[in-house]
Design a protein around this ligand. Structure first.
Ligand code: NAD
Length: 475
């Protein structure tokens, strides 16, 4: 049966009719992708991988133009991470697509059952600006692996990457398979009126709620990859030099604009001063080795725009006004959206910097006494996307993992857990709904269809058919 044709909503008819036409084109194509085998899907993904390899410099240039992201960081966190997702998918796709046989309970003896994976149909991927290539193309890989057509909406805050993504789609995909639509909130609002079969959104919890409300209108499936305040706990047994290296790298990568960056550090009181000294040394080594100033470092990105710069400068000012001390850094330069890697101590727990997701290179340290105080501090706030634990004590590790709820965790490490293809990635509660990456991404974009096959003329429940005689009622 042909799907009903969409009519354009009355507001902004030009955009809407374009969108509706694009949506209809994709929807009409879904039966073609649905019939494809693993080889056809893999061919499409290999074309994508080849395009990325061939356009490495263009990707680096676009990221540098958008927020002066260092080429080495683009290689690691945009290009390599996307290629790793494709490689892992290619290695496992055939297996993931196979129907999965399940056992038979005694009551259904004689039947055969399995789960088969069908594409959801037409999916929407909405991406943020902070890893604008990886967080757009990564979910697209999962959507295509699962056999879907896809609309991709990049963030308007990274326009060079958005334009590059449009070129990617035009050069790699059939326009009936994938379309990239550039635009901001208005475009997103229009898109959210369409009856997508699944929406994969990465962004803030505030917009995540808007997406979920819009999805409810059509009962579209959602995956929401959101943010929040990811805590790190450093106990008195931790190797402080190692902890400082990993915290500094994880926090100041991408100038702190990372969803899983350690947002703040809870440090056991007796080791706070030493941790600060170690962090200061690592910051100098990483971003100011020759003493020319971090602002001249080609290893440190900029804040994405003036609005976010003002927000972060305001958080820093407010923290200082409420008693915080700048232990390291603190320099800001609005003309180039620069904020130095900054460590703050004596931060008031009720100051704004401890209430909002920071999403920039400001790292507050908060001392704690016992582990249960640390766990209570975290659990009194919305559930974080990531939790970091630095300790040499196995009991302490277990206590913090068992008593704090978070989307994911890393022990004696920051961030890299999201690069493990066998681990699900996503939040819990305020930090997200659903999981992504590898097999979990494939499942997010698939309907797990449950199938039971009975032999003709047989059924194990015939005794339960009406009429309901006293004999049946006894069962
Ligand atoms: P955002 O929520 O402002 O924007 C994300 C997307 O939503 C963009 O494409 C944008 O155009 C669109 N959008 C913005 N306002 C909208 C509205 N009112 N209605 C409909 N669509 C709208 O997020 P951001 O600033 O791009 O990214 C930062 C946030 O994303 C942080 O909270 C960060 O923690 C989170 N994040 C999460 C992950 C993750 O994997 N969990 C990854 C990166 C970023």
């Amino acid at each position: 049966m042909a799907a009903a044709t969409l009519s354009a909503p009355e507001t902004s008819p030009v955009i809407s009719s374009e969108l509706c036409a694009a949506f209809e084109r994709l929807r009409a194509h879904t039966p073609v992708l649905r019939r494809e085998d693993a080889t056809a899907r893999a061919t499409r993904l290999r074309r994508l991988a080849a395009w990325i390899t061939g356009n490495r410099v263009a990707i680096q240039t676009a990221l540098y133009a958008d927020f002066r992201k260092p080429a080495a960081e683009t290689d690691l966190t945009e290009i390599w991470s996307t290629q790793a997702e494709i490689k892992h998918t290619l290695a496992h796709l055939r297996q993931w697509m196979k129907p999965r046989r399940v056992g038979t309970p005694l009551s259904l003896l004689g039947t055969t059952s399995w789960v088969q994976y069908e594409p959801k149909g037409v999916c929407l991927v909405m991406a943020p600006w902070n890893y604008p290539f990886y967080l757009a193309v990564g979910p697209l890989v999962s959507a295509l692996a699962a056999g879907n057509c896809c609309v991709l909406k990049p963030s308007e805050l990274t326009p060079h990457v958005a334009t590059l993504l449009r070129r990617l789609a035009e050069e790699v995909f059939d326009p009936a398979e994938v379309v990239v639509l550039e635009g901001g909130k208005d475009m997103a609002t229009e898109l959210l009126r369409l009856p997508f079969d699944h929406i994969f959104f990465t962004g803030s919890p505030e917009v995540g709620k808007i997406v979920m409300r819009a999805a409810a209108e059509h009962l579209s499936g959602v995956t929401l990859e959101l943010g929040g305040k990811s805590p790190a706990v450093v106990d008195a047994t931790a190797n402080l030099r190692d902890a400082a290296e990993k915290l500094v790298w994880g926090k100041f990568l991408n100038a702190g604009q990372t969803c899983v960056a350690p947002d703040y550090v809870l440090v056991q009181e007796p080791v706070q001063a030493e941790l600060v000294r170690e962090m200061e040394a690592v910051i100098r080594r990483n971003y100011n080795p020759a003493g020319a100033g971090v602002e001249n470092s080609e290893s440190f990105a900029r804040i994405v725009n003036q609005q976010h710069f003002n927000r972060l400068a305001g958080l820093l000012e407010d923290a200082q006004a409420t008693g915080a001390t700048v232990a390291v850094g603190g320099e800001v330069d609005g003309r180039q959206c620069f904020i130095a890697p900054t460590v703050l101590t004596q931060v008031a727990p009720d100051s704004r910097i401890m209430q909002e997701e920071i999403f920039g290179p400001l790292l507050p340290l908060v001392p704690f006494g016992t582990l249960s105080e640390a766990a209570d501090f975290i659990n009194a706030r919305p559930k974080p996307l990531a939790q970091y634990v630095f300790t040499r004590n196995a009991e302490n590790q277990r206590y913090l993992l068992d008593n704090v709820s978070a989307g994911g965790a890393a022990v004696n490490e920051t961030i890299v857990h999201l690069g493990h293809s066998e681990l699900p990635f996503g939040g819990v509660g305020n930090s997200g709904v659903g999981k992504a990456h590898g097999h979990y991404g494939f499942l997010a974009f698939s309907n797990e269809k449950a199938v039971l096959r009975q032999r003709i003329g047989r059924t194990s429940i015939k005794l339960l058919y009406p009429p309901y005689t006293p004999k049946v009622r006894r069962m």
